[in-house]
Design a protein around this ligand. Sequence first.
Ligand SMILES: Cc1cc2nc3c(=O)[nH]c(=O)nc-3n(C[C@H](O)[C@H](O)[C@H](O)COP(=O)(O)O)c2cc1C
Length: 191
Amino acid sequence: MRTLVVYYSRKGSNRFLAHKVAGGLSADIERIRPWINVFLLFLLKIHLGIRPIRHKAESYDKVILVGPIWMGRLIPPLRSFLNKYKERIRELVFVTCCGSTDARKDEKFGHGFVFREVEHIMGDKCTHCRAFPIDLVLPEEKKGDDQAFMQTHLMDENFRGEIQDRLEDLIDKIRTQKPGRYQVLNDKSGV
Ligand SMILES: Cc1cc2nc3c(=O)[nH]c(=O)nc-3n(C[C@H](O)[C@H](O)[C@H](O)COP(=O)(O)O)c2cc1C
């Protein structure tokens, strides 16, 4: 099975996660490069698209898209990637390291809405969506603390315990998954 991991990351957590996923699946990996990478433009709702990726999406059995969530939205570089390559992608898995927890996934800024957008764009080609809330690496006393999660980034020192189990579970599911079966893997049971 040939797998390509494609990611966008501003502060590094999704880059770290993308490399973990790629390592676990022996996948190729590539960064999404917007033509202009200025965060202010996102706030102004201006997006000029992304540069072409160097790998050929159609040569892969699966593409894994990894990136953050901002303001409860599928962010422009990820949306551009999906719209640009959806015809060439055979199967898509969407993975995010985000701020929203499993318990809050269906709130206004939760990842649940973004998962539904990805599924809407990709249809049956989207086989898994999986969240890695940053809360999973916070110490017990800091969980739910917005300031703590904004200042915390995934790294080797904190990537252990539940978040590591979640990654192993995802890798296992991707490896053994039957084609064409959509699963939202965003709760602790992983089902
Ligand atoms: C301006 C801004 C808005 C954000 N909005 C959301 C949100 O609506 N929902 C969410 O789950 N996380 C939100 N987050 C948290 C990011 O998804 C999270 O910090 C992510 O890990 C950052 O990824 P990166 O380090 O790869 O850039 C937001 C972060 C920023 C900076």
